[in-house]
Design a protein around this ligand. Sequence first.
Ligand code: SER
Length: 316
Amino acid sequence: MKKVLITGALGQIGSELTAHLRKIYGTDNVVPSGRRTPQGSKVVEEGLYELVDTENAQQIADTVKKYNIDTIIHLASMLSATGEANPAKAWNVNMGGLYNVLEVGREFGCAIFTPSSIAAFGPTSQKVKTPQEDIQRPTTMYGVTKVAGELLCDYYYKRFGLDTRGVRFPGLISYETLPGGGTTDYAVHIYYEALKHKKYASFIKAGTYMDMMYMPDALDSIVQLMEADPSKLIHRNAFNVTAMSFAPEHVAAEIKKHIPEFEIDYDVDPIRQAIAESWPDSLDDNAARLEWGWNPKYDLASMTVDMLAKLKEKQI
Ligand code: SER
């Protein structure tokens, strides 16, 4: 990666990836982009920034040309719960945006990173330690777009030789920018509420396991995969990656070690609960470990220490 365009850079991953890549590759070599220009945003104000709506292929192409971009990290996407609220929009944003990015990538010869998700699996996939290659019949529109995206990226690699790469992210936990409308978001909200109100009503039931990862590991996975030796990559576009698997009561118990008064209760959202139950409890990420050295640093205990410290510093 030398000159990187990030789409969806104002989102949960993009806002932190922008700062991370600016540090590694230099501020002038990172071009974050989004559909708005919010005032006071570090993404917008601490370096280059472009307005790019990924449903507009011309805007992507103009930006790639303007900065001589060699890598596109395509993060603009709708998540699972908002996708169920508006499936037509989720299809248009997720598939239309990816198609445009791939076409521009083909025209200008860019490498492309696209995140897939645990949502690319469904109720007929193996539930525990879901293998790299397994049945993929998801039951959400978000999941449908993620499977189709994995296939489309494979197609562009095989048919046009485009350097497409990607991982299946689990729920991502972070303190900089809130996630926008996912099913795993409870595992972020719980930390904010623990500090603010010493209690949290989880919209996901006790006993519901999902895979999770702390944002610093997610950022490392993107850089590591994009810098990996391509001859070693057998599963280019959809590496299972994970760092931990837990249910709401486990993160609550971990928080309680630091905030003894903290209490969790449950106010279950049937839509997000059904989505969570359709996903794996945990993934097997051996292919990523073998093919490009994936090895996350944070587990639930170390993530909880860091999350609480960082949110306290932010004085949320
Ligand atoms: N975090 C995402 C969601 O919950 C999963 O990829 O929608």
